[in-house]
Design a protein around this ligand. Structure first.
Ligand code: CP
Length: 306
């Protein structure tokens, strides 16, 4: 594949190749091989129109570990503030010889538009409420490395599904790889027919307590208060009481089951600090795995092997 705009761009074989390559990247890092020459002379542009900590830093680290030249573009402080369009910004990057553009944008579909304007590969680093495919890849990688498989794994994705690009990409990728996904949250934060629209293998539940004993993975989502204008949201206290993961709820999960969160977290809202910092939480591991997963994506897309 040339671009990674959606988790739907990945069939099972390609997704597995990316996860296997990420494992090789992690193994090399574990053997103190800090840098590979693979992308020497190639240019990766990080084009961030929305704030990010994990995704932006890990794409930069991934590209540098592959010896690529990295240009970091943040909309704040650029000519975007003078009204320059995404298309004109893209053509400027094109003129500078970008081999890959990693884009985060508030508009759903921005990576698809970008791909029609630039010659290089386009990688979606989160577009509006639509998708965040490399987050799904690092999440799948984390599940596979902790639990040994993805096929047949039972995964609950819990909380503000309505605004979550992480949820959408995870449903697409995990069901492609044979996992059983249940979306859990208040009815006002789960779009009608979302499971059918994304995958016939996904289900919906409004009752967190009843699903926890059957899960291998419980992935908590950030409540996106900044996108909440048009949606009904119960009070933070009521939300936590019904859908927050605390120690009592975590104990309802099977002993082997893990707790995930893509970050950033609202500690005390969707997850308590005791759960976030517990040995069953993979939250810090997910960040580390993000570098390996993004190295694999850059390597395979720019190396033309995926
Ligand atoms: N998970 C995630 O996308 O985090 P950032 O917004 O910090 O990149």
């Amino acid at each position: 594949i040339k671009h990674l705009r959606s988790a739907a761009d990945l069939d099972a074989a390609t997704a597995t190749l990316i996860l296997d390559t990420a494992a090789e990247m992690a193994a090399l890092a574990g053997r103190e091989v800090k840098k590979l020459p693979t992308l020497r002379g190639r240019t990766v542009v990080n084009l961030f129109y929305e704030d990010s900590t994990r995704t932006r830093i890990s794409f930069e680290a991934a590209a540098k570990r592959l010896s690529a030249d990295v240009i970091n573009f943040s909309a704040k402080g650029s000519s975007v503030s003078k009204g320059e369009s995404l298309k004109d910004t893209a053509l400027t990057l094109q003129a500078m010889g970008a081999d890959a553009v990693v884009i985060r944008h508030a508009a759903s579909g921005a990576p698809h538009r970008l791909a029609s304007w630039v010659d290089g590969s386009v990688i979606n680093a989160g577009d509006g409420t639509h998708e965040h495919p490399t987050q799904a890849l690092l999440d799948a990688y984390t599940m596979r490395s902790r639990l040994g498989r993805l096929d047949g794994l039972r995964v609950a994705i819990v909380g503000d599904v309505l605004h979550s690009r992480v949820a959408r990409s995870n449903v697409l990728l995990l069901t492609t790889l044979g996992a059983h996904v249940t979306l859990v949250g208040p009815p006002t934060l789960i779009p009608l027919n979302i499971a059918d629209a994304l995958s016939p293998a996904a289900k919906v539940s409004y009752d967190l307590d009843s699903v926890l004993p059957d899960m291998d993975v419980v992935m908590m989502l950030r409540v996106q208060t900044e996108r909440m204008q048009d949606s009904y949201f119960p009070s933070a206290r009521e939300y936590s009481r019904r859908y927050g993961l605390d120690l009592a709820r975590m104990r309802r999960m099977p002993e082997h089951a893990i707790v995930m969160h893509p970050g950033p977290m609202n500690r005390g809202m969707e997850i308590t600090p005791e759960v976030a910092d517990s040995s069953r939480s993979t939250i810090v591991e997910q960040v580390a795995n993000g570098v390996s997963a993004r190295m694999a994506v850059l390597y395979l897309l720019l190396g033309g092997k995926a």
